[in-house]
Design a protein around this ligand. Structure first.
Ligand code: NAD
Ligand code: ZN
Ligand code: ZN
Length: 368
């Protein structure tokens, strides 16, 4: 079939909206009609050429939600008409990681996905006979996508798909960092560094876990206002003296749990130093630049602080995303404030511009 998609032709150039061919789903795959897709930093990171593992041409996009239109042979968990959220982090339920509750890093299709291929080592995307590679196994800046069944989370048909798409990446990452990775305890004190999609999700996750104090740190007062809306009890403009101010406000000890959602290694260090002795846990969700390192004074660890990293919030996607979507339907997570702009596929480059200008939290592409 023919469809419109936003193709990354050349790094550093605007995406080109054009007609490409999509072939039908093979064994274990499904065809999804996209209804909504968020525009995320990772898309821009690859488009800019900064990502050393990036490739072109490819169809970008990974925060998709849509409806299953067809399934290939041997697909058991999905049927035509199902509402789904796309997963760049799949869940095969069979590999050694999927069978262990300690991680969500499914091993089933990693290698091919990283190279831009579907699990059988081929692409479903083409243009004039030339293959176009898939991005993050999702390629959702397009009217349709073909994806493995194990990378699609079936969600409640009641969930509006423009909100559901945010659970495909940043929102689940933040929520999961607090709920799955840190397992924040009732009554605790938390500090969240960064009030973008991931940090705001972490604030909401801390609230859902019953945290008593949630201090959110960001450079933008507008974003800190949004953090209040998600449950932050205190806010702070970040700076070089952030750690000192946090220690001051926590009886000299620091917080039970800290979260880093900026991607800045200096802030990661602040997150570690703001965690309390004895049991303070710093969870790093931000993605640092290639080659950057995080400095930690070992004494901080000996005196009981711990550091954890969190990819996609430790969420095992096919089980966890539908559950988080249910919680949003139950009114526990307020998703609407994250959608700052609704745009069309033709406006995807404007979505990038808005993101670079830090205008709003998420631009969401709506497909008709
Ligand atoms: N671990 C994962 O699976 C995963 C998934 C998605 C995104 N990420 C990463 O998470 C990070 C955050 O993503 P996002 O979409 O929320 O980004 P974002 O750019 O929207 O938000 C980052 C926020 O950090 C704030 N900030 C910058 N410097 C600061 C400082 N010194 N002190 C306090 N706040 C500061 C900015 O003002 C901004 O609001 C990125 O590094 C992104 O790549 C990780
Ligand atoms: Zn993303
Ligand atoms: Zn697996």
């Amino acid at each position: 079939m023919k469809m419109r998609a936003a193709v990354l032709e050349q790094f550093g150039q605007p995406l080109s909206i054009e007609e490409v061919e999509l072939t039908e789903p093979k064994r274990g795959e499904a065809l999804v009609r996209l209804v909504a897709c968020g525009v995320c930093h990772t898309d821009l990171y690859t488009a800019s050429g900064a990502d050393p593992s990036g490739y072109a041409p490819t169809v970008l996009g990974h925060e998709g939600a849509g409806v299953v239109e067809a399934v290939g042979p041997a697909v058991e968990s999905l049927a035509v008409g199902d509402h789904v959220v796309t997963l760049f982090s799949p869940q095969c339920r069979e590999c050694v990681h999927c069978r262990d509750e300690r991680t969500n890093l499914c091993l089933a299709i990693r290698e091919q996905q990283n190279k831009g291929y579907l699990p059988d080592g081929t692409t479903r995307l083409r243009r004039n006979g030339e293959e176009i590679r898939h991005f993050m196994g999702t390629s959702t800046f397009a009217e349709y996508t073909v994806m493995p069944e194990i990378a699609l989370a079936k969600v409640s048909p009641e969930a509006p798909l423009d909100c559901a798409c945010l659970f495909a990446c940043g929102l689940s990452t933040g929520l999961g960092a607090a709920i799955n990775t840190a397992k924040v305890r009732d009554g605790s004190t938390c500090v969240v560094f960064g009030a973008g999609m991931v940090g705001l999700g972490a604030v909401a996750g801390c609230r859902l876990q019953g945290a008593e104090r949630i201090i959110c740190v960001d450079l933008s007062s507008g974003r800190l206002e949004l953090a209040r809306g998600q449950g932050a009890t205190e806010t702070m403009i970040g700076g070089e003296d952030t750690v000192g101010r946090i220690l001051e406000q926590t009886g000299g000890f620091g917080a039970d749990y800290t979260f880093e959602a900026t991607g800045n290694v200096a802030v990661m260090r602040q997150a570690v130093e703001s965690a309390r002795m004895g049991w303070g846990l710093a969870t790093v969700a931000g993605v640092a630049g290639k080659g950057e390192v995080l400095d930690i004074v070992p004494r901080l660890l000996i005196t009981g602080r711990r550091v954890a990293g969190s990819s996609f919030g430790g969420v095992k996607g096919r089980d966890g995303v539908p559950h988080l979507v249910e919680r949003s339907l139950a009114g526990e997570i307020d998703v609407e404030p994250f959608i700052s702009h609704r745009i069309t596929l033709d406006d995807v480059n404007r979505g990038f511009e808005l993101m670079e200008a830090q205008d709003g939290i998420r631009s969401v592409i709506e497909f008709n």
